[in-house]
Design a protein around this ligand. Sequence first.
Ligand SMILES: *Cc1c(COP(=O)(O)O)cnc(C)c1O
Length: 414
Amino acid sequence: MLNRPNWLRPALLEPLLAHQERLNNRNDVEQDEDGYFLYDLDYLEQHLSSLMQQDVIKLWFAVKANPLSRVIKTLAQQGFNFDVASQGELTQVLAQDVPADRILNTGPAKSKRQIKAFLEQGVRTFVVESLNQLQWLNDAASELSCQPQVLLRVQLQWEEGEKNPLGGNEVTAFGLSCQAWQTIKVSDFPALNINGLHIFQWGNMLSNERMFELWSQMVSPLLSLAEQLGMTLEVLDLGGGLGVDYLQTGKGLRWEKIVADLAKIKARAGVSELWLELGRFAVAEMGYYVTSVVDRKENFQHQQLVLAGGINHLIRPAITEQPFPVTMIRESAASPVYFDLHGPLCTSLDKLGTLAIASDVAVDDQLIFGLAGAYGFTESMPFFLCHQIAAEYVLQQGKIEQVRSAQPASWYLR
Ligand SMILES: *Cc1c(COP(=O)(O)O)cnc(C)c1O
């Protein structure tokens, strides 16, 4: 048995090989798949249950990371709550029988109409990102005679020359500065229970020390803001951003340390609840993307593979320059060499990375990418060039089941 990368769970191999065999032996060309996602729900269940073994942090799932029904159901069964940012996400979570009191709404694009619609659908927890949102929510809540819980989303900046824990001062649409929030009084919004602050302006952190340092620096500006606003700070929401080791550097966060660090932050902030909304840290590891090699060539000393699926199914590498790790599904004793991995779209953007693969990789071989459970299917650009929509499968209790088959472009073209 050759060494398999450690992101490829051994228990997945047998069902995966059998599944691939079935796909290869199908003679209906119409049903050929350019690429598919496979989510290991057996692993996800174990992983989520280990995240839930603590009483420091209330956990929410940032639905944008992976809104597939079966993924949401698994998270719900393990006790996660849900952070939605659109009507589409809300509908999908409610359709999995998640009660509305386990849903919160974050996002800079909440219209007056959407806020009212969310209240009508039972959502009672909101992360508010602008003065308009606050006023609209207050108006809608008094009209509907309810009192939603509100967290104000704060965006911090550091003065020039100060040690900047964020590494930059990019201004985004997420939340408002302390100065902007200081113009309000919580007593001016009697229909709302404003009792929390939300802050999240970092991404894919891989160091426990750095994460703790960053959180620590947030506490005092947030406490002063709460005091200035005359609000009782009961909830502190530190968003997501817990990292996944896409580049296989060997670095990564230890969950037990996160829990211990957040217990300290919680005590320093004097809050009764500390929330995180996890995206990738919850679901990246359980997901895989499989596609096949359409062509292989050498071009200006580059070894190139052209794949059946690329950024039409998996755009993240092209927008972050972080490839997903890859290996061939079949075993090979050939030594690895670097290949440029190109997708099927007629744009040079369509590249999944330059990664080492066994040198005997050939046309029709299947490649499997790991850590693809977050920001895959729904983040990509499936329509360009009219290729297929990727299929989605789950592995549960050792069995692979199809959740949605691949779909031809005629499915959406009019
Ligand atoms: C996307 C998002 C998250 C999740 O981010 P990850 O880095 O995947 O954990 C959490 N909170 C909010 C508000 C988000 O927009």
